[in-house]
Ligand binder design. Structure first.
Ligand code: NAD
Length: 440
């Protein structure tokens, strides 16, 4: 399931046609390989604000080389701008003063991060100025090119030291297909749990349940969580057992919508592991039809699988206190749940409901347990291989990177949420969509 158009643009004739006809020219995206340094190059740090003390220390902990001075011939792999010191709209010119001189000195697949203060925690001119950062970063994401990404991280006061896993994710190739996102750290946390984390294998000793793990995105989530040290319990429907056991030897076969599925999952996790640390609700289906032609059973089935089952399973695991302290609950939404999509009223509703699930739970969870979701855009899997050719082509190109994402891009985002160092990351929905134009 490769991107044939992208391969064509790399050929001799393809290069000529792309140039002369002004066709999209997707840059090959670097992906993370296990054991490699997070950043192959230097990160330039700028701005003035609350992060002045902590930023270089955090980057050092991640073995990321950084500097605060840009010499004329220097090349940068990443830029981090501490915008927490911007308190009025006229201060925003500091963004231009920092970025313009260095944007032509970036290597391929560069990473840009702007760090601000959550506007909802501020008043007056400072609130106005901090809100502006969103428009700035989303626009820069659309013009940076070279397979680059740009994000805005709003960090609540007092949580400056909680950025370790977030910096590691957004500065590395792990976030290859995530761009134009706004993330909040420390805004919805009633308590925190400190844990020693090995940045190379952050999930050592953790148990993760992944539903829909037999293939596609779920299979890749299982692999990435295993790479990071977790023991993965895979779950899928009984006909998928042969594929499922190739992914992991710890597995459950069940239809998640079955009446007894939550109890079956809970008893497996309790008996075998005494609990669970990470729950990834990945299993999902589409049964597309325009609403005028829709049948109740198909509409209901999509809702049952994509949202009601994750709700019931989560409720059961929490009720039985099986989700351990500093646990992670992770949903898989979709861009269709944000922007809507033709023929997808049921799917769009179910995936918007995943966002509602995050919003409602994030306020209530305690003991360092967090809930977040990913919202993938066009990811190349068997699900999207079934999409008609023309729609698929448009779907793949309609984003700032002019290409579809890979299951690993979704999996890496989930691994960032799953890290024990991500306790401050709660209540977020991050799109893995190459900054798709839909619903942006
Ligand atoms: P996929 O169809 O390749 O895999 C889904 C897996 O879920 C399958 O192994 C399937 O057997 C399992 N599953 C389905 N119903 C189940 C049930 N009732 N009980 C247990 N297991 C069940 O799909 P994918 O592309 O890997 O998608 C994974 C998730 O990502 C889904 O939630 C999907 O909605 C979401 N998503 C995918 C894309 C994309 O572009 N592929 C985009 C946005 C969101």
């Amino acid at each position: 399931m490769s991107d044939k158009y992208q391969s064509f643009t790399q050929s001799a004739i393809g290069k000529v046609l792309v140039k002369n006809l002004g066709l999209p020219n997707p840059t090959k995206l670097e992906r993370y390989t296990a054991g490699a340094p997070l950043v192959k190059g230097t990160v330039l740090v700028g701005g003035r604000g609350r992060l002045a003390e902590s930023l270089s220390g955090l980057l050092g902990e991640l073995d990321i080389a950084s500097t605060s001075s840009a010499t004329a011939d220097a090349k940068f792999k990443g830029l981090v701008f501490d915008a927490t010191g911007i308190t009025t709209s006229s201060d925003l010119v500091e963004l231009q003063e920092f970025f313009t001189p260095v944007l032509r000195s970036l290597e391929t697949n560069p990473r840009v991060l702007v760090i601000g203060t959550p506007p909802e925690q501020l008043k007056g001119a400072e609130r106005v100025a901090q809100r502006a950062l969103e428009g700035f970063t989303r626009s820069l994401g659309k013009e940076i090119g070279k397979g680059g990404t740009v994000q805005l991280v709003y960090v609540a006061e007092g949580f400056e030291g909680s950025l370790l896993s977030t910096l590691g994710f957004f500065l590395s190739p792990k976030s290859a297909y995530v761009s134009g996102q706004v993330v909040r750290v420390g805004t919805k946390k009633a308590d925190t749990v400190a844990e020693q984390v090995d940045p190379k294998r952050p999930l050592t000793g953790k148990v993760a349940l992944v539903t829909g793990a037999a293939r596609g995105i779920g299979e890749e989530i299982a692999k990435v969580l295993q790479r990071d040290g977790a023991t993965v319990v895979g779950l899928d429907i009984p006909p998928a057992e042969d594929d499922l056991k190739k992914v992991t030897s710890d597995y459950i076969t069940a239809d998640i919508t079955a009446e007894d599925a939550p109890a079956k999952i809970a008893s497996y996790l309790k008996e075998k592991f005494g609990g669970v640390d990470i729950v990834v609700h990945n299993a999902g289906v589409t049964l597309d039809k325009k609403l005028a032609n829709q049948k109740a059973d198909r509409f209901g089935k999509v809702l049952d699988i994509n949202i009601t089952a994750p709700e019931r399973i989560t409720t059961e695991l929490l009720k039985q206190k099986l989700v351990r302290d500093n646990g992670r609950i992770i949903g898989v939404s979709s861009i269709a749940g944000i922007a809507g999509n033709l023929g997808q009223t049921s799917y769009g509703a179910s995936k918007a409901a995943v966002i509602g699930f995050v919003d409602s739970l994030a306020e209530d969870l305690r003991h360092g347990i967090t809930v977040n979701a990913v919202a993938p855009g066009f990811i190349i899997t068997q699900m999207t291989a079934a999409v008609p050719f023309a729609t698929r082509e448009v779907g793949q190109r309609l984003n700032a990177m002019s290409q579809g994402g890979l299951p690993v891009d979704v999996a890496e985002t989930i691994a960032w949420y799953a890290s024990p160092a991500s306790t401050g990351v709660n209540g977020n929905v991050v799109r893995v969509c190459g900054q798709m134009m839909l619903g942006a």
